[in-house]
Design a protein around this ligand. Sequence first.
Ligand SMILES: [Zn+2]
Length: 205
Amino acid sequence: MDDFDNLITGYRRFRTGRFTQQNALYKRLADLGQSPRVMVIACCDSRADPALIFDTAPGEIFVVRNVANLVPPYSPSDKFHGTSAALEFGVTGLEVSHILVLGHARCGGIEASLSRQEDGSFIGRWVSILDETRQSIDPTTSHEKQCVSLELAGIGQSLKNLVTFPFVAERVAAGTLSLHGGYFDIATGMLNMRDPENGMFAEIK
Ligand SMILES: [Zn+2]
């Protein structure tokens, strides 16, 4: 059986298993539409799936995933802005109450940013969102430590960039929208949450 057949087998398991058990919920979501209260900005990484980490039900979280879970700064232009479009819909369309920027350990996108790949690739351009943040990383520590530092600092930068969007800043100021930073360690399955006061991460017990 090849890799794609595995997917179809998985689909059949879903259709006869979880989908059947949650049939009424799916029907209700189809009829009434979605109204998730939480938006998650996560990485594309196949090991850091927010729906699995938070054990969520369908309709519970509105998710956008991109390389290195980054939020770009607000910058309206005639270019294509996938993450900004999702953010706009989550905030102004769904009126979510919370946004979580979810980073993770061993992030390839963060590693690309650290290696300063200015090769004209889409990834190189995208992770240049962290160019300034990268300056704060101690270059004398090990590569592994630098990666972790930038993974954590990148979450802070994305939270900062979130409030450059007027529709986010308005709602944060009005107290109707809260911003959160989280970090998932793939090897241990541990979730760390960022303290907005001091930017430090602490393990969730
Ligand atoms: Zn990643």
